[in-house]
Design a protein around this ligand. Structure first.
Ligand SMILES: NC(=O)c1ccc[n+]([C@@H]2O[C@H](COP(=O)([O-])OP(=O)(O)OC[C@H]3O[C@@H](n4cnc5c(N)ncnc54)[C@H](OP(=O)(O)O)[C@@H]3O)[C@@H](O)[C@H]2O)c1
Length: 273
């Protein structure tokens, strides 16, 4: 990776209070970027800010619920007021779920679409004029589930497929304008995402069915993101299992459905049981 690529770039990371977003904010700060951290947990971000950059003037923390359009507009305005430009927008804030559709309160799907899809659309809409000016970059952190569906994640998969469709379209609209649009799909990564995932009634799952210690670390995932950005890539699909799943879904969809069923059936507390 070209480590000087990020020097003095203004980078907004949504969902920067935890997991992949926090690791990315840390990495961008280490590489000399001016980092804007956005999430709902403002106290947590303010406490973390000194770790992001040695120069406190190079970090801005903005309280932002990405499902609220005014919060996203404010995030962009606050960034431009402080730094005067935007080079990279990382739409990372996200929420997962685990419950069969037949049992699901529909408010769960609404919430996932509001955070994962609309959060990306709102932030991108308000940042776009500045990104076009800087010939900058917009990223959507999706998931392997944004290519190949996972059962008991109807709202999650739908929202990630939707983000992919949105960003793939935006890329073509601005093909001649110097805007780089990256669809970034991590595989399983150790984070809080499964604890915070919503179950059928909309409450938090509060535990993880996976052995988080065996997954890719958020720091490794952030390294791949930085690498993809510095090469102005259009798409990145992480982990061997992730890439195999996406290709198998394209080439052998019915077989992949059966394999995916078996995979989720073996999860701790599987919704199929
Ligand atoms: N971990 C994985 O296995 C994995 C795999 C593929 C894709 N992803 C994707 O990676 C992204 C980051 O997830 P993670 O794994 O790092 O999970 P995480 O540790 O749970 O972090 C999620 C982040 O999103 C923020 N967030 C949630 N709802 C928000 C809202 N309404 N407005 C603003 N921020 C909000 C959270 O901050 P606050 O609670 O402070 O708002 C937190 O900073 C997500 O889009 C997720 O879907 C994760």
């Amino acid at each position: 990776m070209n480590r000087t690529y990020f020097k003095d770039k203004v980078i907004i990371v949504t969902g920067a209070s935890s997991g992949i977003g926090l690791a990315s904010a840390r990495l961008f700060g280490t590489l000399g970027a001016k980092v804007v951290m956005a999430a709902r947990s403002i106290d947590k971000m303010l406490a973390l800010a000194p770790e992001i950059s040695q120069n406190e003037d190079d970090v801005l923390c903005v309280k932002c619920d990405v499902s609220v359009e005014d919060d996203c507009r404010n995030l962009i305005e606050a960034t431009v007021a402080k730094f005067g430009r935007i080079d990279i927008l990382v739409n990372n804030a996200g929420l997962s779920m685990r419950a069969m559709f037949r049992d699901l309160d529909l408010k769960v799907i609404h919430r996932l679409m509001d955070v994962n899809f609309w959060g990306t659309v709102y932030c991108t809409k308000y940042a776009l004029p500045y990104l076009l000016e800087s010939k900058g970059q917009v990223v959507g952190v999706i998931s392997i589930a944004g290519y190949s569906a996972l059962p008991a994640r109807t709202g999650y998969g739908s929202s990630k497929y939707a983000v992919r469709g949105f960003l793939d379209t935006l890329r073509i609209e601005h093909l001649k304008d110097g805007l780089n649009v990256l669809v970034f799909a991590p595989g399983y990564t150790a984070s809080n995402v499964r604890n915070a995932a919503l179950v059928a009634d909309g409450s938090e799952q509060g535990s993880t069915p996976l052995e988080e210690g065996k997954l890719m670390s958020a720091e490794q995932c952030a390294m791949y993101l930085a690498k993809g950005l510095s090469r102005r890539k259009s798409e990145m699909i992480l982990t061997g299992l992730g890439r195999a799943t996406v290709w198998a879904h394209r080439l052998f969809p019915r077989l992949t459905d059966r394999l995916t069923y078996g995979f989720v059936a073996r999860e701790a507390g599987s919704p199929f049981k």
